[in-house]
Ligand binder design. Structure first.
Ligand SMILES: Nc1ncnc2c1ncn2[C@@H]1O[C@H](COP(=O)(O)OP(=O)(O)OP(=O)(O)O)[C@@H](O)[C@H]1O
Length: 256
């Protein structure tokens, strides 16, 4: 399939911090409607891999192609950097990210958070952005909280608000960086439910997660990372049901 028909292609990414290699040649292809879960032990490079995809970290080598548009890089004083920051802004809008720590702007109401980028990045009118935002807040179960500030919301509500904010950009791929790991256990379910619904609707998603049930039940592909490399990857029924790597078996434990 040609790259321009695929929402996200990542090829042979490498990333080091202070000469310490963290990603050593990682690739993935997220096709329309795919849910790709990245799993692995703490420090295996999952978040760094995800952050490289939308250029919150700049990979030292490798390609990122969003529906056929390749991210352009240049080298300055021996360091690789994006050649075009306007392109980076565009790519970030097409691959919107939901973070572990919610990251809503504290000085804005929930609906203010949701309309901010559609108005200022996509150039939508406030009226249109508000209508879309209200529909999205309804969808994540927060229509009655639109005028609350983040501090007045629970962690789970903030995270669902952050998902609405990411959806407001109508992204081609949604990137989730451990979206439930900062939540109290009783709040995790509501956030996972919203994510399952997005997957059922055919949203293309890449998810860094420690929620193994979610990875097993919702993913089209699971990638298990170990020390910045793919140790095992495949369909969830194979990765969970019949893992070949001893390390992965140990990681999954007796429950799988
Ligand atoms: N900005 C940074 N500067 C230096 N080292 C970093 C930086 N970000 C990540 N690292 C290192 O890169 C390695 C991979 O980190 P990363 O956060 O990608 O792992 P992870 O698999 O997402 O872990 P966790 O499940 O604990 O979030 C770790 O050893 C980490 O210390």
């Amino acid at each position: 399939m040609a790259d321009n028909a695929i929402p996200l292609v990542v090829r042979d990414l490498h990333k080091s911090f202070n000469d310490n290699p963290v990603l050593e040649g990682l690739s993935l292809e997220a096709h329309e409607g795919d849910v790709i879960s990245l799993i692995g032990a703490s420090g295996s490079g999952k978040s760094t891999f995800l952050r490289c995809m939308n250029l919150l970290e700049i990979p030292n080598a490798g390609d990122i192609v969003v529906h056929g548009e390749s991210v352009k890089f240049k080298t300055r004083r021996g360091e690789r950097e994006p050649a075009d920051w306007k392109q980076v802004e565009r790519i970030r809008a097409r691959l919107s990210m939901v973070f572990q720590g919610f990251n809503l702007w504290a000085h804005m109401t929930l609906i203010g958070n949701v309309i901010e980028a559609p108005v200022h990045v996509l150039g939508k009118s406030k009226k249109e952005a508000r209508e879309h935002a209200m529909a999205l807040l309804e969808r994540v179960g927060l229509a009655d909280r639109a005028d609350y500030f983040p501090a007045q919301l629970s962690g789970g509500q903030q995270q669902r608000g952050a998902i609405a904010r990411a959806l407001a950009m109508d992204p081609e791929v949604m990137l989730f960086d451990e979206p439930t790991s900062a939540l109290d256990p009783e709040l995790v379910g509501d956030v996972l439910k919203v994510m399952r619904e997005l997957a059922d609707e055919g949203r293309t998603m890449v998810v860094v997660t420690h929620e193994m049930d979610f990875a097993r039940d919702v993913s089209s592909q699971v990638i298990y990372l170990h020390q910045g490399r793919v140790e095992e990857a495949g369909k969830p029924e194979d990765v969970f049901g019949n893992p070949s790597s001893e390390r992965l078996k140990q990681f999954l434990g007796p429950r799988f």
